[in-house]
Design a protein around this ligand. Structure first.
Ligand code: DGL
Length: 273
């Protein structure tokens, strides 16, 4: 290993999302890689990305990644499914560090779990319109049938804290019934916010349908990829720090963060992109 690589190992992992939802990815990564430092950027000034055009998502993603690169990081994790769907090739082109998205790990996990190769995918309008999940699944298994459904009402419901609310259950049921009618045996939760709805989704899908949590699959894949590149933090007995930046309303972000992060967040700093 060269000296440059040995220094890089101790650098933080940069993670970004359109807003607060990417904290579900931070949570999963912290559980698997507790020694790593993390710098998180949530673009709260411009959220949501899921309703924007591909050009806008790519432009925002570039600016988010450049902010993280200025903080000196060893890798970028794109926690946002919408950005992973549209901007990964562009980010790989402009970043000098490895860039990891959420789609490929979610797809691998779905293909490991499906038996009948009938897979449902839910996400924002932009993610579903990109057909990224469908294309990535079909590229690996031609005979697979993918049933994709945009669920734009779920992000605001989760942010409102309406998790076990009858309205949310009703909305979920309307979105998911058509997928259940297609006899899927696996459902990919292709959005940062959906892991919070897992128990509610299970109430509709039952226990027979495997749910793929894209945050969890992403964390597992980040661990393997950093290990393969010799980039895991050299210490095994330290507790990594999480530093959070947002582009707007840090106090509001801090108040909502624990729901996504699983623990309280003391401070979010204001970022200038
Ligand atoms: N983070 C987005 C995603 O995972 C959801 C929120 C948004 O639309 O920006 O697709």
């Amino acid at each position: 290993m060269n000296a440059k690589n040995s220094k890089s190992k101790s650098l933080p992992i940069g993670i970004f999302d359109s807003g607060i939802g990417g904290l579900t990815v931070v949570r999963a990564i912290r559980r698997l890689l507790p020694c790593e430092d993390i710098i998180y950027l949530g673009d709260t000034a411009r959220v949501p990305y899921g309703t924007k055009s591909p050009e806008t998502v790519i432009q925002f993603a570039r600016e988010d990644a450049r902010f993280l690169l200025r903080q000196r990081i060893k890798a970028i994790v794109v926690a946002c499914n919408t950005v992973s769907a549209w901007a990964l090739p562009e980010l790989e082109r402009i970043c000098k560090v490895p860039v990891f998205g959420v789609i490929e790990p979610g797809v691998s996990s779905a293909l490991q779990r499906t038996k009948n190769y009938r897979i449902g995918v839910i996400g924002t309008n932009a993610t579903i319109n990109s057909r990224s999940y469908t294309a990535a699944i079909m590229a690996q298994v031609k005979k697979a049938k993918v049933f994709a459904k945009a669920c734009p009402l779920l992000v605001p419901l989760v942010e409102e804290g309406w998790i076990n609310h009858k309205v949310t259950l009703e909305v979920l049921s309307i979105y998911l019934k058509p997928l259940l009618n297609k006899n899927i045996d696996t459902l990919v939760l292709g959005c940062t916010h959906y892991p919070l709805l897992k128990s509610e989704i299970k109430k509709i899908t039952g226990t027979e349908i495997a749910l793929v949590d894209s945050a969890q699959s992403c964390a597992e894949s980040v661990k393997v990829k950093l290990e393969n590149r010799g980039l895991l933090h050299p210490s095994t007995d330290r507790k990594g720090n999480v530093t959070v930046y947002v582009t707007d309303a840090p106090e509001h972000f801090t108040r909502l963060a624990d729901r996504f992060l699983g623990s309280a967040l003391k401070t979010a700093w204001k970022a200038e992109l």
